[in-house]
Design a binder for this molecule. Sequence first.
Ligand code: CU
Length: 211
Amino acid sequence: MVINNNITISIVLLAISLVIVFGVSSQQQASAVTVAAGGGNGTAPLTIFVPQNVDIKAGQSVTWNNPTTVGEPHTISFVKDNNMVPPFVAPFSIPNNTELIAAIPSPNVEPTTMPDTSNPNNKLVVVDNMRSSAPVVIDGTKTNVTYLPPNANYTFIGDESYVNSGWIWPEGQVPPGAPPITSFTMTFTTPGTYNYICVVHPWMTGTVTVS
Ligand SMILES: [Cu+2]
C-alpha cells in the first residue's frame, strides 16, 4: 500500500515535471523573437535589421543583439517625430572660468570648446548626447525622462515619444568607457505597427507589428 502510494506520487511528480519542462520551453519558443541589429565584418559591415519586420502578438517580446564581428554599434530607437531624433553630440554653455580636467591618462585628449556668441561670460563645450548613447524612455508628453539599465527589458505602452536601447555593441567589443550594452528587449502590450530606426545609421529601419 505504502509502496503503491509512493509509485503513484512518483508518477504524478514525473508528469508535473514533464509539463513544467516541455510546457514552459515550448511557450518560450513561441514568444521569443530575436532580431539582429547589423552584422557582417570589418570589410563589409551590415547596416540592416534582420528580419526587418516582425509580427508578434500582444504580450510577446523582441530581443535585439548585434552579431557584427567588429565594434560597430547600433541602436533600437522608436522616435515619435523628427525633433525627437537625438544628435550624437551637442554644445552646452558653461562659465568661461570652468576648468575641464581630463579623467583618462591619455596625453591626446581635449574637449571641443568655442566662444558662446550669445553670452561673453560663457563658452560652449561639445559633449556626448546621453539621449543617443544610453538606454532611455521619454513619455508621450515629452517631459518625463527615464534612464534604463544596460541590456534593459522595457515594456512598451505604445504612446512613448522616444524609446532608445543605447548603443548596442557586439559581445566582447564594448569600448572602454562606453555603457556595456550588448542587447535590448521590449515587451509589446498594445496592438499597432511600430517603426524604429538606428540613430547611428538612420537609414536602418525596422517594424514591429503587434496584433
Ligand atoms: Cu546602426
